[in-house]
Design a protein around this ligand. Structure first.
Ligand SMILES: Cc1cc2nc3c(=O)[nH]c(=O)nc-3n(C[C@H](O)[C@H](O)[C@H](O)COP(=O)(O)O)c2cc1C
Length: 387
């Protein structure tokens, strides 16, 4: 997949390559996925301007994929207010406006200005902005259609915001998802505490970060590889989760907790099953062993730093004068962890779909489905052969 587009440019574009033919795509489901990314308590008012609708420009005919690249476009409604500022040609207006000369600590501004030799950080931040994730979520919804057709499901929920953690002990995944989808912090527990943390930060002109968890169910064992380090699914999932803007940490299952425990408290005992390959007594590995899926739910977590645009800014340098100054402020989120979880789903779906297509025939959905079914049947037969 390739995305293009500036935050206040006319549109975002995603080109998704490698989709099998014959995958039914429901535009209402795509729209619902886009709406989930726009929501979240603590978002700035940009999301009130945008109505992220997806236009399909290639790869789809009468609601089914053709096997050709899928091109998706998401219009930036806010572009109407920026046409003279983000113009592809012509000369800048006398008062260019909206220049950013005081780079924000934590954002791409300063390093981008230095690397690309730009006087105005606008040239950097327009692309570094997380607005780009709308394109990835759009493409992710197409991939979700493929995975759903194979009975593979991807969900997410927020596990911490501003230092407040959700206590989900004893809740099933279904309960977690039902609760998380019902509130604007996308958390299964601790809503009031998290909301208060966002409100308190906002009142202080400050921001918060947090953690989200993406869970994939219905996977066969063996996606990924232990044969080459960079093909381990752990590695590819880490890259995907870390590609979500502002995510600075990633774990598979409760990896950081596991690191402090003994082996006997961490590893998932292997138990026989009457009709299928052995299963596990627990899933503390988060669904991965040896770089491959175990067949249990795949659990990926992302840790998001606090948003770097602060109403009460930190110190910075004015890049026009070289003088110390306050960093620039422009309309911004106070907390975007709920949306980051939705983006997390999209990037995980890409990795999982890619791994599926590597292992199973992928020209058409029906051949992919047959090939996966044969593999699952083979796993069952192999165990039957032992009895
Ligand atoms: C959904 C989402 C929304 C975001 N909104 C903002 C925002 O409003 N203001 C901001 O400064 N950063 C925001 N960020 C984070 C920046 O995009 C990110 O910090 C920046 O691109 C620098 O990249 P890095 O933090 O990954 O190093 C958001 C991130 C996500 C995932």
């Amino acid at each position: 997949m390739l995305t293009a587009g500036e935050s206040h440019g006319p549109q975002l574009t995603a080109i998704l390559d490698g989709m099998p033919a014959g995958v039914p795509v429901d535009p209402d489901r795509v729209a619902a996925g886009m709406a989930r990314r726009q929501l979240g308590f603590g978002r700035g008012n940009r999301m009130q301007i945008e109505r992220d609708t997806v236009e399909f420009c290639s790869g789809l005919r009468f609601g089914e994929t053709l096997g050709s690249p899928v091109t998706l476009v998401v219009e930036n409604r806010d572009h109407a207010n920026w046409t003279h500022i983000l113009s592809a040609f012509g000369t800048p207006p006398a008062e260019r406006g909206r220049e950013l000369f005081r780079p924000r600590p934590g954002h791409a501004d300063l390093v981008g200005m230095l690397k690309y030799e730009r006087a105005d950080a606008r040239d950097i931040l327009e692309r570094a902005s997380a607005r780009e994730t709308a394109a990835r979520v759009a493409a992710g919804e197409v991939v979700r259609a493929l995975l759903s057709a194979l009975d593979i499901h991807v969900v997410s929920h927020v596990i911490a915001v501003g230092g407040e953690r959700a206590d989900v002990e004893g809740l099933s995944l279904e309960q977690i998802v039902e609760r998380a989808e019902a509130n604007d912090l996308r958390c299964a527990e601790g809503y009031d505490r998290m909301r208060a943390a966002v409100e308190a930060a906002g009142a202080d002109g400050d921001t918060v970060g947090g953690e989200f968890e993406v869970v994939v169910t219905g996977l066969p064992p063996g996606l990924g590889s232990s044969m080459a380090p960079d093909r381990k699914l752990d590695c590819r999932l880490a890259g995907a989760i870390m590609s979500v803007p502002a995510v600075k940490g990633m774990e598979i299952g409760p990896a950081f907790l596991n690191a402090g425990r003994r082996g006997s408290e961490v590893h998932d005992e292997i138990l026989p099953q009457s009709d299928g390959p052995p299963t596990r007594a627990s899933n503390r590995a988060g669904g991965l062993e040896g770089g491959m899926t175990t067949g249990l739910p795949l659990v990926c977590r992302g840790a998001m730093k606090p948003i770097s645009t602060l109403k009460k800014p930190l110190r910075s340098v004015n890049m026009q004068t070289g003088e110390i100054d306050k960093a620039a402020f422009e309309r911004s989120d106070i907390c975007a962890v709920p949306a980051a979880g939705v983006v997390g789903e999209a990037v995980v779906m890409m990795v999982v779909a890619e791994a599926l297509l590597e292992s199973f025939a992928g020209d058409t959905l029906s051949r992919l489905r047959d090939s996966l079914a044969r593999y699952r049947e083979g796993l069952r037969d192999r165990m039957r052969g032992l009895t």
